[in-house]
Write a protein that binds this ligand. Structure first.
Ligand SMILES: [Zn+2]
Length: 156
């Protein structure tokens, strides 16, 4: 809507003694149509306020749900967008922990395996490289290859 139109609507509102939204509606430029409520997962509880925010500004169908744009730009918190964000954050944590330079990088895992193959306990091997044994066991669960190797090494 142009400034001229907005001014006209303000003017009409004063003239009619109505508020501007009523004038817009009378002129057929109503505020957004009410959208149907987004589909909810069973047991997901009441709609979150951010779903309402995304819905008010863009409309449910305009938001690319389950994508970075849906979660960040449109600030949608529907189940799909939350699931996208959860998976993205998990992947980031995984990369930080197990990637090069991380506390459980491939080099660190190699040193642990070498120590265990050499007869050390997992506890001693973990202490030797400066990580907790919980982290070693978590890595064995999160990285199947490492888990198999560690299992084989402890059975020698
Ligand atoms: Zn969404």
């Amino acid at each position: 809507m142009t400034d001229a139109e907005a001014a006209t609507i303000g003017e009409l509102a004063r003239r009619w003694g109505a508020n501007e939204n009523a004038v817009r509606q009378a002129l057929g430029r109503g505020s957004r149509k009410k959208r149907p409520a987004p589909a909810r997962l069973p047991g997901a509880g009441p709609a979150r306020y951010d779903v309402a925010v995304a819905d008010r500004w863009w409309g449910w169908d305009e938001v690319p749900h389950g994508t970075a744009a849906g979660y960040r730009y449109h600030r949608c918190r529907c189940p799909d967008c939350r699931e996208y964000h959860r998976a993205e954050m998990a992947a980031l944590r995984h990369a930080k922990l197990y990637g090069d330079g991380g506390p459980m990088s491939p080099a660190v895992r190699g040193r642990i395996l070498d120590a265990v193959v050499g007869g050390a306990s997992v506890l001693a091997a973990a202490a030797a490289v400066g990580v907790s044994h919980q982290r070693v066991y978590a890595a064995a669960r999160a990285l199947p290859d490492f888990g198999v190797d560690l299992n084989a090494a402890t059975r020698r």
